[in-house]
Design a protein around this ligand. Structure first.
Ligand SMILES: NC(=O)C1=CN([C@@H]2O[C@H](COP(=O)(O)OP(=O)(O)OC[C@H]3O[C@@H](n4cnc5c(N)ncnc54)[C@H](O)[C@@H]3O)[C@@H](O)[C@H]2O)C=CC1
Ligand SMILES: Nc1nc(=O)c2c([nH]1)NC[C@@H]1CN(c3ccc(C(=O)N[C@@H](CCC(=O)O)C(=O)O)cc3)CN21
Length: 291
């Protein structure tokens, strides 16, 4: 008797079928090596930290595209000085053909630099649509946001999801990175309960030094209690060590139920380690039987 073997694909591999990555303009020289390690078409968000000029952001998106990947340039509402500045950015993207997917975030400045106080203002302006944007990403905060009340975050997400639907635009939600998978799944359940069915890309940090991870976590209000750190495999006493998202992804995969959570994928924040993250994902996908 012959046994027919079906390929075994782990739950973790399912989450990694169509992952996305994040880079800054400064990472552009490292992009070619990273591109060789990830599937064609992989979405690559080009973060805007506020210190990159238009040329750097534009070149980064062009490089992503030329390497056969999908650029997702970021727009930060509160960092915009004027509608003219938004137009200039979008026109540049449009003439390069990198405008189709964008990610719109409120932005960290406590006071808006110009007329846009939040990401909804930018979407409502109609400028994205006028410049050929077809898909809009927005952020989600499973652990909340240190400066923004929970109710305001939910209201904003609901408004944005409704507006996208009205405008016939596609969208997705990228979550703030975290070290604890539990609140992420609970948050996705609440999201679905509120009738928001957009795909969710769960934000995880790529492998990085513990000191760097803890410093970004502290800056963005992400939890790193002793028990969370232990579960994640993050040593709070050896800051020189590195930590990757292996355990987080396995836990997420174990508890992920498509019937409850809908479409869920992974988004890797690389924090300066684009090459290390791409290599790590490549190894993880091989180990999990996805390659
Ligand atoms: N997840 C990420 O990758 C990034 C997140 N951010 C953070 O995201 C925050 C919110 O962005 P979205 O989720 O797009 O919210 P949003 O733009 O949809 O706004 C949601 C609500 O929060 C308020 N708000 C937005 N930014 C604020 C700020 N800096 N301070 C005080 N209130 C603010 C808005 O007025 C609105 O009521 C930003 O302020 C920033 O801290 C910024 C850059 C990247
Ligand atoms: N509230 C909030 N604000 C943010 O700006 C933010 C978040 N949340 N969540 C995560 C994303 C991703 N972020 C980052 C932050 C740093 C690098 C990065 O590449 N850092 C380099 C230094 C780059 C530089 O100095 O310009 C590094 O080597 O750490 C990338 C993405 C910022 N982002």
């Amino acid at each position: 008797m012959t046994t027919v073997s079906t390929p075994q694909v782990s739950g973790a591999a399912v989450l990694l079928r169509d992952f996305s990555l994040e880079m800054t303009g400064k990472d552009t020289p490292k992009l070619a090596d990273a591109a060789a390690a990830v599937p064609p078409g992989t979405r690559v968000n080009v973060t805007y930290l506020g210190n990159e000029d238009l040329t750097l952001r534009r070149t980064a998106a062009q490089s992503v595209s030329r390497l056969g990947l999908t650029p997702v340039p970021h727009v930060s509402a509160r960092r915009l000085d004027s509608p003219a500045q938004l137009r200039e950015f979008l026109s540049a993207l449009q003439s390069d053909g990198t405008q189709e997917n964008v990610f719109v975030v409120g932005g960290d400045p406590a006071d808006p630099h110009g007329p846009y106080t939040d990401s909804l203002d930018v979407i409502r302006s109609g400028l994205l649509q006028q410049h050929g944007v077809r898909q809009i990403g927005m952020s989600g905060y499973p652990e909340g946001h240190p400066q923004i009340p929970q109710a305001a975050l939910w209201a904003a997400l609901e408004h944005k999801a409704a507006l996208l639907a009205d405008e016939g635009l596609a969208g997705d939600i990228i979550t703030q990175f975290g070290f604890d998978a539990e609140p992420v799944l609970t948050w996705i359940e609440e999201l679905r309960g509120r009738g928001i069915n957009l795909p969710v890309r769960v934000g995880v940090p790529g492998p990085a030094g513990v000191r760097r991870l803890l410093s970004y976590a502290a800056r963005f209000g992400v939890g790193t209690s002793t028990s969370i750190a232990r579960k994640y495999g993050l040593s709070l006493t050896n800051l020189m060590s590195t930590a990757g998202p292996d355990r987080f992804i396995h836990t997420l995969a174990e508890r992920y139920d498509p019937a409850t959570h809908g479409e869920v994928k992974l988004h890797f924040y690389t924090f300066g380690g684009l090459g290390a993250t791409s290599a790590w994902i490549d190894g993880f996908r091989t180990k999990e039987g996805l390659k």
